[in-house]
Design a protein around this ligand. Sequence first.
Ligand SMILES: [Zn+2]
Length: 95
Amino acid sequence: MPEKDPSLMVRCLECDSRIYFERKPDMGQIIVCPECDTSLEVIRTSPIKLGWPDDAGAGNSAGGPVDLNEFFNALAEEEADHDDYGFDDDDDGAY
Ligand SMILES: [Zn+2]
């Protein structure tokens, strides 16, 4: 029985060195590369695949849903600006 199970081997995303697990890791488990000290998250267990922990990746933190309401409000505000000329006249006469 081989001591190192190839199915328990992953490569570090940072330095590409081999990391062996003693047993099958859990999803979401954070491991630290012994070579470069980088924290990596287990994003898949069979086969084992590593990813960057949530707060480390540049693109991951901005992955939330885009607030479309805010986007359209900004557009509406721009359009409303064009009506300001008429609106000013109204303001004078109302009071
Ligand atoms: Zn590494």
